[in-house]
Write a protein that binds this ligand. Structure first.
Ligand code: GLA
Length: 661
């Protein structure tokens, strides 16, 4: 179990480093991420490296038994580099330059940036590849975090190359993008530009390809560095820190290239449902590489600096969220950062060692958590504990982000709504791609799978035919991989499986925003045996074509029409929901599907804010609520106290970790 944080000794005099390591030992720190933003200190000029200070830090950490996740430091180029090579600066959609003075001011496609970054990584690999302190390599930092998209000439040239490789001929691109629309037909790849500022909507297939290109380009930078490290003979695991469900990078594709997944997560302590959002991110990280425990690479010990209001974490909340990560598959809990900075933009950002020193609650909680994690035995890994899978697909997200749809949909928020409903029911869930092997699951939920490939459709169909229960949500199976309609209407691939056909999408008036006070219908109530669900955004006109209606719209323009259907196929069931349910509605619909499939909660009857998670034989129960909760835990051993488990009262933010007999 790794415990530690980003360590930025370049911000401090050497005397402070000695105090740092002493305090790290006091807190049971096992690993630090070193030098993430130290490029200008490591390389003061082109061709010149200053390793003396870094040698001393690495040796000091090693002498004190603290391992290092060594950064390649390529996320913030030094001023000498951008002054000498302004062509490496990125540009926005108006071709306005992102200037230096902050961080991440490099164009990912810039050959100059790539050359300079490679030189730095090569030098670090040669010098520290065999250093005994270095147990992991931390490539760059949060690729794409601030600068989601680059539209510079470097990006344009690279985008054209990417398109040439993908399509081979300009005719193939024209066909895929449907460029006969609005006179967009190209005669040469050289005519294609990134989606820079234009009078009106860009070609949606072009937008989709630009997002694919951007994700591939950022991944290409990671692979460039990884190759240099491996060529230098480094065998230690290599990672780069993810940011949960992050639009610009398709982490499913990235995950295959990571030795270990690491993630940065900053829930808002002011949000009473913060633990539900973080539960989703943690499940996503585990699901990206299920056999290898992931690492929570960054979180905050207390308040942040970058929200309009940066509330402190409540007493115990930091530890509760840390244990949630461990429960959901992490073998490491790290923070940004070890010691609170005295200058720079992040001086108000909390740290493991606060500016106010060791007399603080933050420090006490950091030391307390370090001791607890150090006492934990090795936890099971690679178990498949979930019988429910929730589809989360980046390509689909990108396509849904295109404008000009019946209604604006926030895809990750809608998927998270289902995840939250399951979490509140203590039902364990994995995130999956629609093309993944689904055979281990009883239930698969696929909300808003607008872009559906033929391979995904046949995989979902095979899942149902093999006995699984699939719930497809409204606005699914609408377009192909080029964001174009398939011939023959909608639900062209899943319609026969679902036993329905779709006539129209039926946008509803948004609940908030312009128009909400008007006469339009904003909610679509679905009534079914034993319950009801309120739908928003869409109330689709569907027609039964073999399916049975489990529920119908009650009131509104579709009064009495089928809204929630089921169709048997093989030994499985294919459900369809013709609207987008609110939070309670997700729960009510999930209850129907889960109980028919015989899915059990991890622990029944828990209060809503108490979560229970299995990690193989280990059960973790965490009280995120504001009231104490008394629970009967299954027989086993409490791994934090060594006592037999049984009836326990958990005050707010307390938890129990039990190895079940
Ligand atoms: C990100 C970065 C860190 C730091 C934190 C602050 O996660 O990786 O360097 O800026 O945000 O929350």
């Amino acid at each position: 179990m790794h415990y530690g944080g980003d360590y930025n000794p370049e911000q401090w005099p050497e005397e402070t480093w000695h105090e740092d390591v002493q305090r790290m030992r006091e807190a049971n720190v096992t690993m630090v991420s070193l030098g993430i933003f130290a490029w200008s200190r490591i390389q003061p000029a082109e061709g010149e490296f200053d390793f003396g200070w870094l040698d001393r830090v690495l040796d000091l950490l090693h002498e004190n038994g603290i391992a290092v996740d060594l950064a390649t430091a390529t996320a913030s180029p030094p001023p000498w580099a951008t002054t000498a090579y302004p062509d490496m600066l990125p540009q926005d959609e108006n071709l306005s330059t992102y200037w230096p003075g902050s961080r991440q001011h490099y164009a990912p496609s810039s050959p100059t940036y790539q050359r300079l970054a490679s030189e730095l990584v090569r030098a670090l690999a040669e010098r520290y590849g065999a250093h005994p302190a270095v147990v992991m390599w931390h490539v760059n930092n949060e690729y794409g975090c601030h600068l989601h998209y680059d539209y510079s000439d470097n990006a344009a040239a690279a985008f054209r190359d990417w398109l040439r490789t993908k399509y081979q001929t300009i005719d193939a691109l024209n066909a895929a993008w449907g460029t006969n629309f609005w006179s967009q037909r190209y005669t040469d790849f050289a005519e294609v530009v990134p989606p820079r500022k234009a009078p009106y909507s860009h070609n949606p297939a072009g937008m989709l390809d630009f997002r694919r290109f951007t994700s591939d380009t950022l991944l290409g930078l990671y692979l460039m560095e990884k190759r240099i490290l491996r060529d230098a003979g480094i065998t230690a695991p290599i990672t780069t820190n993810f940011m949960g469900a992050f639009l610009p990078a398709d982490y499913w594709r990235w995950a295959a290239e990571m030795d270990v997944i690491s993630d940065d997560n900053y829930p808002d302590p002011n949000d009473p449902d913060a633990h539900l959002g973080s539960a989703f991110s943690r499940d996503l990280m585990r699901s990206l590489k299920p056999d290898v425990p992931w690492i929570l690479m960054e979180q905050s010990s207390n308040a942040l600096n970058w929200r309009p209001t940066n509330a402190p974490k409540a007493p115990g909340q930091m530890a509760a969220l840390s244990m949630q990560a461990v429960a959901r598959g992490a073998d490491g809990v790290l923070f940004f950062q070890w010691r609170q900075s005295r200058s720079g933009s992040e001086k108000f950002h909390s740290a493991m060692l606060p500016h106010a020193g060791v007399r603080t609650r933050t420090w006490r909680e950091i030391v307390g958590l370090g001791a607890e994690l150090a006492a934990l035995p090795e936890l099971p890994a690679g178990q498949r504990d979930a019988s429910v899978a929730l589809v989360f697909d980046w390509e689909n997200w990108w396509a849904l982000e295109n404008p000009d749809h019946p209604v604006v949909l926030d895809y990750p928020a809608l998927v998270q709504r289902w995840h939250a409903a399951l979490t509140r029911r203590s039902v364990q869930v994995d995130l999956v791609r629609p093309t993944d092997d689904l055979s281990g699951y009883r239930v698969v939920l696929a909300p808003q799978l607008y872009l559906l490939t033929a391979a995904a459709a046949s995989n979902l169909t095979a899942f149902v035919e093999g006995g699984g229960s699939l719930l497809v949500g409204a606005f699914s199976d609408v377009v192909d991989e080029n964001d174009g309609f398939r011939p023959g209407g909608f639900l062209t691939q899943l319609g026969p499986l679902l036993g329905i056909w779709l006539e129209d999408f039926g946008a509803l008036v948004p609940v908030e925003g312009p128009g909400s006070g008007g006469p339009g219908q904003s909610a679509a109530v679905v009534e079914f045996e034993g319950g009801s669900a309120t739908g928003r955004l869409l109330a689709e006109e569907i027609h039964l074509d073999g399916a049975t209606a489990l529920g119908s719209f009650a009131g509104g323009r579709l009064d009495g029409r089928a809204a929630f259907t089921v169709n048997g196929r093989g030994t499985g069931r294919a459900y369809y929901l013709a609207t987008i349910p609110d939070a309670d509605g997700c729960g009510a619909i999930a209850d129907v599907v889960l109980s028919a499939a015989g899915v059990e909660p991890v622990l029944p009857g828990l209060p809503a804010d108490v979560e229970a998670i299995r990690r193989g034989s280990v059960l973790t129960v965490i009280n995120h609520g504001r009231d104490s909760a008394t629970l009967d835990l299954p027989a086993g051993t409490d791994l934090l106290t060594g006592e037999p488990s049984g009836r326990r009262t958990l005050p707010p933010f307390d938890y129990a970790v039990v190895r079940v007999d």
